[in-house]
Design a protein around this ligand. Sequence first.
Ligand code: NAD
Length: 504
Amino acid sequence: MSKTNDVLKNLGLDAGALAKGDLEVYSPLDGAKLGALQQHKAKDVAPAVDKAQAAFATWRAVPGPVRGEFVRLLGEELRSNKDDLGRLVTLECGKVLSEGLGEVQEMIDICDFAVGLSRQLYGLTIASERPGHHMRETWHPLGVIGIISAFNFPVAVWAWNAALALVCGNALIWKPSEKTPITALACQNLFDRAVEKFKAAGHDIPDNLSQVLIGARDVGEALADNKNIPLVSATGSTVMGRDVGARVGARLGRSLLELGGNNAMVVSPTADLEMAVRAILFGAVGTCGQRCTSLRRLIVHESVYDGLVASLVKAYGQIRVGDPLDSDTLVGPLIDEAAFEGMQDTLKKAQAEGGKVLVGGERVTDNVPGGFYVAPAIVEMSGQSDVVMHETFAPILYTLKYSDLEQAIEMHNDVPQGLSSCIFTENVREAERFLSATGSDCGIANVNIGTSGAEIGGAFGGEKETGGGRESGSDSWKVYMRRQTQTVNYSDEMPLAQGVVFKL
Ligand code: NAD
């Protein structure tokens, strides 16, 4: 525990101050209580939005590259606190330390990306049909951005949104998962340190540019309902997204939804099977199957099915499940008991639907009663029955056979979610077919790379019940801005568009 206190202290948090509220936070590692935090309630949202609007009024007028300089300083804070924040991520959400550190690296990467972007918020010039006129398209800051995040990426999701939204000139209100609020408070402290450095360098920056509201679903609902939040970016389950999307839609606001996945890999007869096994392992068991991009369905050609599945069962026998702070561990615990029960229920349901559990599923490391450690499972299915259509947030991999690529693609797309997908093949025709308009219907499609572990440079998100949102790289920044089409008449005539004549 003293090590935990050191980590908290380095991140500007005081264990005593974190024990004064009623939101109890437990470490998935061993069930130890990490804190009892004071919670915000739905009624606290409106005053926070008022403060954020005041911050926005100032920040939107700061030049983009100067806003970028602030994000550069935030990235510097993350760099110098990577070890502590990465460790806190592991302590609070249970992912292995190298993934905890990787998550902070992703925050640093998106800050770097956003710094460059701050000088590239490009619009367009458009040819006007009228003489003496010019048209252009300009991007302006949007307003207060509400961010609702899930437990499994407790800090990176905030950074993907925050770094872009800040250089775009917006103010932020973040409601982290009630399961991982301490990492959010640590991020706020790093943000505040960056603010001090920015001020010390002679820049003005408004108070309350970024606020954290610790709380449960009611706080998220109040953010979704608040008409002074033009964009709500919400990451979590499809059930949550349906509710948030409907609430924001009812007031004609904008939502960016990053919801559940049901990601698959197609393994063709020509695939490099050794590479495929490595990608399957990381995708299916990494983060204990608790990534939105985790590999859940393995669709294998019948000619290579038996050999590949036998190799996987063997490899699963060697996976080291245990303390995520130990560098030898590959798989840490599930987030909590409910996740464990959910996994057990799903395995029972899969068996009732004809599935055969080939390996795993049982609880391991019984000597840690407060932690829910499981052996990752492989379940052979004869078809995509009901259980396969749903995302269970646990390490369960369903294996399915196919005989021709058309059938594999049809099976691949025949689920309600559309986040990440991949094919392993050495055949260029198969690869291109999978990436074509008639191939994978997901937001992310890869060849000879697994479904999980995206880079920040690309737009991240998925189709169908995954919500349709895109964040992180490419032109995702545009969702955090409002587009304005501008026409200037520099002539001394008043011609109308389409040649319309309107004279007294
Ligand atoms: P969750 O839906 O239970 O909670 C996510 C967040 O939404 C929490 O902050 C929660 O308090 C809030 N919330 C819940 N119901 C709400 C409502 N009705 N209105 C407003 N806010 C509400 O999800 P979780 O268990 O924390 O995370 C796991 C889920 O998140 C999985 O489905 C996973 O696939 C998904 N996820 C998706 C992505 C992505 O980018 N697509 C990334 C990470 C996680």
